[in-house]
Design a protein around this ligand. Structure first.
Ligand code: SF4
Ligand code: SF4
Length: 225
C-alpha cells in the first residue's frame, strides 16, 4: 500500500500469503509490542526463497497471519467504515508490501504484470523512480541479510532447535544487525545497497563485503540457547 492507494480497498491485502523476512518481523514486533507468535505463521518454503530455515528437518518460512475477523485478509488490515481499508502497520509494513506493485524489469523500475490495482492508481509517468528504486533495493538487500541469518541457523541447528529458539535467535541477530546499520548511517547504508550487486569500484565492493562480514560475525555469535 502507498499514498497512491487512497481510493483502493486494499485488494493486495486479500487472498495473499505474505512472506516476510526476519528483519520485517523484528521491526513489527518491536514497533507493535507484539510477540512473534501473535502475528506470524510458519509454512513451507514454497516457492523456495531466501530465509528458509530448518525445523524438525523441514524447510520453513515466515508468513503474516490472517485477520481474526476475515480469514481472507492480512492480520494487519484495518476494516474502517464506508468500506475503507488501511494497513494497520503502515510505517513498519513488510518490505514486500512496501514495494508492491513495483518490480525491477531489466534493471528498471516497472509495474508488476500481475497487479490487482486499478490502472488509474498508478501512472508510471508520474511515479518517483528514485524512491521506488531505493525501496526495491532495500527489499532485496534485507532479504539477503535474512538469508544469511537463516543459513547460520541451519548450520548450527543441525541437531535440532525449536521454533521458540529460532524466534529468539532471529531477534538477537536483528537487534545487532540493525544497530550496526545505525552505526553505518543511512547514506552509507544506501550506498551499500546500491553497490551490493553492482560493483563500480574496489572501495564500494570492499565496503559491502565488510558490512556483510560484520553481519556474518554477528549471526555466528548468536548461539542457539
Ligand atoms: S502488512 Fe499491511 S500492506 Fe501488507 S498485506 Fe498486511 S495490511 Fe496489507
Ligand atoms: S491493490 Fe494496488 S492500489 Fe490497491 S492498495 Fe494494493 S497497491 Fe494500492
Amino acid at each position: 500500500m502507498s499514498d497512491a492507494c487512497a481510493t483502493c480497498s486494499g485488494e493486495c491485502c486479500y487472498d495473499v500469503i505474505v512472506r516476510v523476512t526476519g528483519y520485517d518481523a523484528w521491526r513489527i514486533k518491536r514497533a507493535q509490542a507484539l510477540e512473534f507468535e501473535q502475528f506470524l505463521t510458519i509454512g513451507p518454503d514454497t516457492p523456495s526463497g531466501p530465509g528458509a530455515f530448518t525445523l524438525e528437518g523441514e524447510r520453513r518460512a515466515l508468513y503474516l497471519g490472517k485477520n481474526a475477523d476475515n480469514q481472507r485478509a492480512c492480520a494487519f488490515l484495518m476494516h474502517l467504515p464506508n468500506e475503507v481499508r488501511r494497513c494497520g502497520i503502515y510505517a513498519e509494513r513488510p518490505r514486500v508490501c512496501a514495494v508492491y506493485p513495483m518490480t525491477f524489469t531489466n534493471g528498471s523500475v516497472a509495474l508488476r504484470t500481475d497487479v490487482r490495482c486499478a490502472a488509474s492508481n498508478w501512472n508510471m509517468a508520474t511515479i518517483t523512480y528514485p524512491f521506488w528504486r531505493r525501496s526495491l533495493l532495500e527489499h532485496m538487500f534485507e532479504s539477503h541479510l535474512y538469508g544469511l541469518v537463516a543459513e547460520h541457523w541451519n548450520r548450527s541447528s543441525a541437531n535440532g532447535g525449536t521454533l521458540a529458539q529460532y524466534y529468539a535467535y532471529v531477534e538477537r541477530c536483528f537487534e545487532r544487525i540493525d544497530a550496526r546499520r545505525s552505526e553505518v548511517g543511512k547514506e552509507a547504508f544506501d550506498d551499500l545497497m546500491l553497490h551490493w550487486q553492482q560493483a563500480v569500484d574496489e572501495g564500494a565492493t570492499a565496503r559491502v563485503e565488510s558490512f556483510l562480514a560484520d553481519v556474518d560475525r554477528l549471526c555466528a555469535a548468536q548461539a542457539i540457547t
